[in-house]
Ligand binder design. Structure first.
Ligand code: BDR
Ligand code: CA
Length: 317
C-alpha cells in the first residue's frame, strides 16, 4: 500500500533523518512538508529541510514556512541541535525555493485536493496543526491520523515531566488532541530507545552516497551530544515515527486516555491514564472525560526499527 503523508517538522537533526526515511520508503508518498518554529527558527527549519531534500535527491516536494512562535509562549529554541538546528554540519544551501503559501494554506490545499485520506506525521510543536484545525475544521475528515512524535507516558526531557514538542506549545497539542482526529503518540517512551550501532553510523558517514553520509553525520552529532551514553550509536529520534507508520508491528501500542497538562509545574506533560480499573475521578465525575483515547506506543523492537531505518536509507542516492 502507499501512505499519503504530510510531514510537519522543525528540522532539526532527527527531523532530517525522518525526512530521509520518508522520501526513501517505497510505501510513502510525501505530498508536502510544513515547517514550524521549534528546535530552531522557522527560517532555519525551511533552509534545513530544503537542504535535506537536496541531499536525498528527492523530487520537488513543496516545503512551506509556518508558525514563527507558539500560540502563547515565546520561542524557546532547543539547545541540542546546534546553532543552525542541523548540528552545524555546513550543508550547502539549497537552490530550491520554499512554497509561497503559508504552511496552513499548504496543509489545507493538500488535504482538500487529496482523493484519499492523508496521514500527518507531526515531528515538532503542533502550532501549525492547531492553527489549521481551528481555521479549517473541515479538514479533520481528510486526515487519516495525526501520528505525532511528542509526549511521554513516563518522564520528560524539556522538564522532568514534559517532552519538548508538547512543552513548547502545550495549547497547540491540546487543540490537536481535542479536534476529533485519530491520533497516534510516538513519545519519549520509544523515541529514546532506537539507536544505531556506532559501526553502522561509521559506515554510513564514510559511505558512497550523499544521503548516507548525511545520516551518518547526523547520527554522530546525536552521539557526541549525548552526555550520558556517549559510548553508543546515535538515536534516530523522529525517524522512529516514520518507522511507526510503515511497521507498527514492531511496537507495543495501547489505546489510552491522554490529556495535556496546561498549568503549573507539570505544564506540557501528557497525562497518560494507564490505570486498569476506574479510579475515584471516574466514579465521582470529570476526570477521564477530559482525556481522549489515542494509540500510545509504549515499547519498541529496537533492532527491527534500526534495521528498517538503515535499509530504507540505503535506497537513497
Ligand atoms: C523532540 O524534540 C526535538 O528536539 C526533536 O526533534 C524531537 O522532535 C524530542 O523531544
Ligand atoms: Ca522534531
Amino acid at each position: 500500500m502507499t501512505w499519503r503523508v504530510i510531514l510537519d517538522v522543525d528540522t532539526g537533526v532527527d527531523d532530517a533523518m525522518a525526512i530521509l526515511m520518508a522520501v526513501a520508503h517505497p510505501e510513502i508518498e510525501v505530498l508536502g512538508i510544513t515547517c514550524v518554529e521549534g528546535n530552531t527558527s522557522v527560517d532555519n527549519v525551511v533552509a534545513n529541510t530544503l537542504a535535506v531534500l537536496d541531499a536525498a535527491g528527492a523530487p520537488d516536494i513543496p516545503v512551506a514556512a509556518g508558525a514563527r512562535r507558539p500560540l502563547i509562549e515565546p520561542s524557546r529554541p532547543s539547545h541540542v541541535h546546534g546553532s543552525d538546528g542541523m548540528g552545524d554540519l555546513g550543508l550547502p544551501r539549497s537552490a530550491r525555493s520554499a512554497d509561497p503559501r503559508h504552511a496552513i494554506d499548504l496543509l489545507h490545499d493538500l488535504l482538500m485536493q487529496s482523493d484519499a485520506p492523508v496521514t500527518i506525521i507531526a515531528l515538532a510543536p503542533q502550532t501549525n496543526l492547531a492553527l489549521l484545525l481551528r481555521q479549517h475544521p473541515e479538514v479533520a475528515d481528510r486526515i487519516e491520523r495525526i501520528l505525532f512524535m511528542g509526549g511521554s507516558a513516563s518522564g520528560g526531557n524539556a522538564t522532568p515531566v514534559a517532552e519538548f514538542n508538547v512543552w513548547h506549545d502545550p495549547e497547540a497539542a491540546a487543540i490537536a488532541l481535542d479536534a476529533g482526529v485519530p491520533a497516534f503518540m510516538y513519545g519519549l517512551d520509544v523515541f529514546n530507545q532506537v539507536t544505531i550501532d556506532e559501526a553502522d553510523a561509521d559506515a554510513l558517514r564514510d559511505g558512497p552516497t550523499a544521503s548516507g553520509r548525511l545520516a551518518g553525520a547526523l547520527l554522530h552529532f546525536q552521539m557526541a551530544d549525548d552526555p550520558v551514553n556517549s559510548s553508543y550509536g546515535g538515536h534516530i529520534g523522529d525517524a522512529g515515527a516514520v518507522c511507526a507508520l510503515v511497521d507498527p508491528g514492531a511496537l507495543h501500542v495501547e489505546r489510552l486516555p491522554v490529556r495535556v497538562e496546561l498549568a503549573g509545574h507539570s505544564r506540557g506533560q501528557t497525562v497518560v491514564d494507564r490505570r486498569q480499573r476506574a479510579g475515584e475521578d471516574t466514579v465521582h465525575g470529570d476526570g477521564p472525560a477530559a482525556a481522549h483515547p489515542i494509540d500510545v506506543a509504549l515499547d519498541v523492537d529496537v533492532p527491527r526499527f534500526a534495521r528498517l531505518f538503515l535499509d530504507t536509507i540505503a535506497r537513497l542516492p
